[in-house]
Design a protein around this ligand. Structure first.
Ligand SMILES: Cc1ncc(COP(=O)(O)O)c(C=O)c1O
Length: 359
């Protein structure tokens, strides 16, 4: 019977996993060549002198509850960036297999594929249509050696969500042919429903989530890869043991409690209100030609002169993002929605931006 793991690198499926040393809290540890003493000032619960567990099991349980998944369906990663890396390493043979992406999109898919020696097939989003994704073209372009199709929804840097029927059409068409990885890094800022439940119908669907955006923990580097248990078990053999640091585990566990999650929810609601206010204010500026619809914590803004726009922001000590390497975004800037006072300051800074009219 065929399995989703038939898509994985066969030589990795045969690789013997690493056997971790036993951990028993009540025993003296003379089995892992660690220091027997804590460093002065080490206030961590576990002690930083000893290795973390091979996988952060408590954190996995907490994240599984948070995302309403089972523990067997979840792999904790150092940010969802590491999840992208481990997927490509696990499924793409260098020089033989590849991934498919829909640019402009998150650039790390391309980067990790390049590092692994995997080919990158591109099906650009339609610029004329607010960067819409053409599901039929994606399905047609996915070739025999395409092992992973990345769908970023809401998409970075364009901001829009991919409509559910298009995602499902791709999942239907690619069953048994490729993994469909749905990157929901910005989902919490969207009004659309998450695609998390699609994994119940499709064993080749993988979801990526992160605490970097919505829970204010970018510095803790905590992401989650959610997929069928056999995919998680296989990737658990690709991701080396002991990678998730003890301080991050303890910090994230202390943050995933009702009080701080309520604060996060309030802030998400504020970001969504500010996103709307900023979009309306940008549209009133003579230097702006378009503000793309956004379901994320940023706005993609088309300007008459992106350099001049960014320079005006820089004059007020504000950094915004340009895309010099992406022709479709040559005139665009990506602006993260900040605190209301930061947003006011930006609006003031760009109000008088002038541009060279080349018409
Ligand atoms: C679409 C998307 N996916 C994944 C990531 C990676 O986030 P992290 O590694 O912080 O979880 C980002 C970061 O900006 C992103 O924009």
């Amino acid at each position: 019977m065929s399995s989703v793991l038939d898509l994985a690198r066969p030589e990795l499926r045969r690789l013997r996993p690493y056997t971790a040393g036993a951990y028993e809290p009540d025993c003296i540890r003379l089995n892992a060549n660690e220091s027997p003493w804590r460093l002065p000032g080490d206030k961590s619960e576990r002690g930083l002198n000893i290795y973390p567990p091979p996988r952060p099991f408590d954190l996995r349980a907490a994240l599984a509850r948070y995302y309403a998944a089972s523990e067997e369906e979840l792999l904790v990663t150092r940010g969802s960036s590491e999840a992208i890396d481990v997927l490509i390493r696990g499924f793409c043979r260098a020089g033989e297999d590849g991934i498919l992406i829909c640019p402009p999109t998150f650039d790390m898919y391309r980067l990790y594929a390049g590092i692994q020696g995997a080919e990158v097939v591109t099906v650009p989003l339609s610029e004329r249509d607010d960067f819409a994704l053409d599901a039929d073209r994606v399905v047609r372009a996915a070739g025999e050696h395409t092992k992973i199709v990345f769908i970023c929804s809401p998409n970075n840097p364009t901001g829009g969500s991919i409509p559910r029927p298009r995602i499902e059409a791709i999942c239907d068409a690619l069953a048994g042919r490729a993994l469909v990885v749905i990157d929901e890094a910005y989902h919490e800022f969207a009004n659309a429903e998450s695609c998390l439940h699609l994994r119940e119908s499709y064993e080749h669907v993988v979801l990526l989530r992160t605490l970097s955006k919505c829970v204010a923990l970018a510095g803790a580097r905590c992401g989650a890869l959610i997929a069928a248990p056999e995919v998680i078990e296989f990737l658990g053999g690709v991701l080396p043991p002991y990678t998730f640091p003890t301080p991050s585990t303890e910090l994230v566990l202390s943050a995933l409690v009702e009080d701080s999650l309520r604060v996060s929810d309030e802030r998400i609601a504020l970001i969504k209100r500010e996103r709307q206010r900023l979009a309306a204010a940008f549209l009133d500026l003579p230097a702006v030609t378009k503000v793309y619809p956004s379901d994320a914590n940023f706005l993609l803004v088309r300007t008459r002169d992106a350099q001049a726009f960014a320079e005006a922001a820089r004059q007020a000590d504000i950094l915004i993002r340009l895309f010099p390497a992406e022709p479709a975004l040559a005139d665009c800037v990506r602006i993260t929605v900040g605190r209301p006072r930061d947003n006011d300051r930006l609006l003031q800074a760009v109000a008088g931006v002038e541009w060279i009219d080349e018409s």
